[in-house]
Write a protein that binds this ligand. Structure first.
Ligand code: UDP
Length: 407
């Protein structure tokens, strides 16, 4: 696997460390459990990192020097992808190429294609996010390198197979001119052993200071729409909002999005009901999710959205925007509620319907857990991914003619 900015070893909840890191770590782990050897190549962003870290049996994380050995925003990494691709090619010449290369995020796809050029291994590509969608929603605030969407379309047409994580992404790829026959849909997964429901006797969490808890988890960036949850609070006087990811309460004013949300809460006179809990170690996330009466995820757009799946696996009802991967993962009225994005009133109504009816909440949570286990367990997702690898391998080795301007 190539995951240029998202190391499976990174601390989560920072601006550039979220679902992709979790996905790469879990997919690698579960492929290894199926008996495969997985090497994850990621950019060295700290000079003190060892070249190779054995993450767990069967999974090695290889830190590759490509650009300065310090943390850089992912949108500044494009100039170093040629170097990353050349380093991978050198490594594979010296130590042997893998059977399959799986690029994660568009820039890794470029590096993977460069390394695999001509007669190298087949390249499977997962975009995690598409530039065309980002540009549509973020417009001039999109800091992606110019031309990203065009390069992504070229990558999608050049790799052996694209793995889209949801049907909405497949539709977008088809709109970009990628034949659907080149795309397999395999979702992100969730560790359903770690993310598990509460014991039956504490199926409904206790009130926090007499209030229901509405929980939002994720990187604290504007497009995650946490402001929507703040805006819903005046309509939900018996509900508090706990925000996980980004800064904790004492540092919230030092963070641009934290400051904006705090100001909004003060303007709406709900600041006493907003708690910024800061980053939470991924291992501790199930307990945090279980402390919530309802988990809300109301981004403007969402390529997949692992948090709603983690909440579902914990048996928690979710209110999510009807966008992206959540159209697949949240069954409206059965496992949670889908609402239009940027609609605080709809969010408030959905939360109200859940907190006012504990039996309904338990019913949604139970159905959510059942569906998460049936469809999204990582062991199952890793098997589906391995099936894609087998398919591309059985199709024989292919020549990747990398278009110069794409690199
Ligand atoms: N996460 C975490 N600690 C935090 C914030 C987030 O472990 O403080 C994890 C969260 O549990 C989830 C991932 O980061 O596994 C976020 O993935 P998601 O797909 O929801 O959002 P993304 O960050 O990819 O936009």
């Amino acid at each position: 696997m190539v995951s240029e900015h998202a190391s499976p070893l990174a601390t989560l909840g920072g601006v550039d460390a979220g679902g992709q890191n979790v996905h790469v770590a879990a997919l690698a782990e579960h492929l290894a459990r199926l008996g495969h050897q997985v090497d994850v190549y990621t950019r060295r962003d700290d000079a003190s990192l060892p070249r190779v870290v054995e993450m767990r049996p069967g999974v090695r994380v290889v830190h590759v020097t490509a650009g300065p050995a310090r943390a850089l925003p992912k949108d500044e990494l494009l100039p170093y992808m040629t170097e990353l691709g050349d380093e991978l090619a050198r490594e594979w010449r010296e130590h042997g190429a893998p059977d399959v290369v799986h690029g994660h995020f568009w820039m890794s796809g470029l590096a993977a294609l460069r390394a695999a050029a001509v007669t190298g291994p087949p390249v499977v590509q997962t975009f995690h996010a598409l530039g065309s969608v980002k540009r549509r929603h973020q417009r001039e605030r999109d800091t992606s390198p110019a031309g990203r969407a065009d390069v992504e379309a070229k990558i999608a047409r050049t790799v052996t197979r694209v793995v889209a994580t949801c049907t909405d992404e497949l539709a977008e790829l088809v709109r970009l001119g990628v034949p659907s026959s080149r795309v397999s849909v395999v979702p992100c997964g969730v560790d359903v052993t770690h993310f598990r429901p509460p014991r039956p006797d504490d199926a409904v969490p206790p009130l926090q200071d007499g209030r229901f808890r509405m929980l939002s988890v994720g990187r604290l960036v504007e497009r995650k729409g946490v402001d929507n949850a703040v805006r819903a609070l005046p309509l939900l006087p018996d509900v508090e909002l706990a925000v996980v990811g980004g800064p904790a309460q004492e540092e919230v004013r030092d963070d641009p999005e934290g400051r904006r949300l705090w100001q909004l809460a003060c303007d709406l006179h709900v600041e006493d009901r907003v708690r910024f809990l800061g980053r939470v170690a991924h291992d501790d996330m199930p307990a945090v999710l279980r402390s919530a009466h309802v988990v809300v995820a109301t981004p403007w757009y969402e390529p997949f959205g692992i948090v709603p799946l983690e909440a579902a696996a914990c048996g928690r009802p979710v209110v999510a925007s009807a966008v992206g991967g959540m159209l697949d993962t949240v069954q409206d009225g059965t496992t949670g509620v889908l609402v239009p994005p940027r609609d605080a009133l709809a969010l408030a109504r959905a939360v109200r319907s859940i907190v006012d009816d504990p039996d309904h909440a338990v019913g949604l949570g139970t159905a959510a857990r059942r569906r998460a286990v049936r469809r999204y367990g990582w062991d199952r997702v890793a098997q589906q991914t391995a099936r894609v690898y087998r398919e591309v391998l059985s199709a024989g080795r292919v020549a990747h003619v990398v278009e110069e301007q794409a690199v």
